[in-house]
Design a protein around this ligand. Structure first.
Ligand code: ADP
Ligand code: MG
Length: 183
């Protein structure tokens, strides 16, 4: 058994998004942390949990403009934070939004160049990482989103509703991001 020293930085943050404004506020805090410029974050939670919604708020907060497509059919959507921070070469920060929901053929990993994308400097956001298990490189932090049990008060599926959220830091980069979540 490995013991965690008492002085170790916390690696788990637990919180709540009461509504989508909270989701946006959480994304804005992460966007303000320089560690986000070169990080891999995984997003876990059922369909409709709010993974893509969170990613959209994060991309906006980082300066991505225009329509933000969901990558479900393409597996990956590249973005560029044109109104945001620059990457190491002075070019706008590169962001890749992956969704492995429909990923079934491991050969696609090499063929589609995912290895190179994950090795490139920038931000990689990954929905359904469990469907690319064994292929994904090291992850800096995992965000788990779970809708809270509430009585359906409306049939509008876009209506604000609360989420229970855990943020697990897995590397020093993840620890920096976790620190940015503290009030
Ligand atoms: P996923 O990518 O996890 O399948 P989506 O982000 O596509 O989920 O869908 C989440 C839905 O829930 C969206 O319609 C969004 O407007 C709605 N929603 C309601 N409340 C929230 C909240 N607090 N945070 C995120 N999404 C929310
Ligand atoms: Mg999604």
């Amino acid at each position: 058994m490995v013991e965690t020293p008492a002085s170790a930085a916390p690696s788990l943050w637990h919180g709540r998004w009461a509504n989508e404004a909270d989701t946006q506020a959480f994304a804005t805090r992460l966007a303000a942390c320089p560690a986000i410029h070169n990080a891999t974050l995984t997003l876990q939670g059922d369909l409709g949990a709010g993974k893509t919604t969170f990613v959209r708020h994060l991309l906006r907060a980082l300066g991505v403009r225009g329509r933000i497509k969901s990558p479900t059919y393409a597996v990956v959507e590249p973005h560029s934070a044109v109104d945001g921070p620059s990457g190491p070469t002075g070019a706008p920060l590169a962001i890749w939004h992956f969704d492995f929901y429909r990923f079934t053929d491991p050969r696609e990993w090499e063929d589609a160049g995912f290895r190179e994308l994950f090795a490139s400097p920038g931000l990689k956001l990954v929905e359904w990482p469990e469907r690319a298990a064994g292929l994904m490189p090291a992850v800096d932090a995992d965000i788990h989103i779970e809708p809270e049990d509430t009585m359906p008060i409306t049939s509008d599926e876009d209506a604000d509703s609360p989420r229970s959220v855990s943020f697990t830091a897995l590397t020093p980069t993840g620890q920096h991001l976790l620190a940015a979540l503290q009030p």
